[in-house]
Design a protein. Sequence first.
Length: 334
Amino acid sequence: MSQIISQIYYKFKSAKDYDTLTFDGLGISVFDAKKEILTAKKLKGNDFDIIVSHAESGEDYQEDTATIPRNTPIVVKRVPTKPGKGTAHRYLEGGGPTTQRNYAASNRGNVASSNGSMSKTFDPSKQPQQVSRLTPTPSTQQTDEHQTEDDKIQAMFAQSKEFWEITQEQMASKPALRRPNQVRPSVKPPVQKTLPPNYVCYRCGQKGHWIQACPTNGDRSFDHMKVRKTTGIPRSFLQKVEQVPPGKGVLVTQDGNLVIAQANEAAWQKFHARQKSYVTSNEVLEDTLPIPADLQCMLCSRLLKEAVITPCCRASFCDESRLSFTNKLLSLFF
């Protein structure tokens, strides 16, 4: 049977680039992968242990007899040793895992390169032509000369079918993985507790249902309304409403009533009248008090406001009085 040259990509957790580990067959055991990685990186493993995990899902390979499929990216982490498990040096002693899985041993063969020659730095930009994940490429170095081309193709398909059956058995016992941006299915758990009379749904601002059973759950077009409490707002500023007015923020009281904040018109009118009377009193006071001669306008005899100095006689006038006087002069001559 023909052999298939495959590879996996690995890197340490602190590394930036991936390295490649080449082997025969459609997968490699975790034990053999750890052994080849330690050999390639020239690590003795006397004072630490290593674990490998899937680079995309983050799931650790707990058993050394587990199989890593080809073209799988993995992350290697050095961890402190645990009691009863020993150090990573056990992978270099020439032994094997405690229990061997009968996983296509004849397909994988012996993983070679004791001096690390099978491992090299992987750079995707420098390898435009990679082995396809769906179409395995038979090795031309270890093909049987007595086999015909049809026999080689049939052997390759048999290998792929066997590998897929084993992968399905392993995937059946794995938990389902979900992408970070994938929307979770909307499942409404049954509500068993009695709904309090003052309970308000903090999603839609309405009464009569739990927030888990809100009819707007799963509706992406719903404009989520932020319901806040009336902490620190006097009751005289709150107005009770049955329906939420558009464009206004809704508040909820301790009793569960919906209210909106409104301005105190009486206090505002009182403040406005006080300010108006203050301005009027200032004007009256200004008219009664004597004005110094150097601060008095020569045209209106009042206090200078926005004073201007004429370039001819260097006299000071109010800007408003100067404009009115200029307009009168222009009307006389023109």
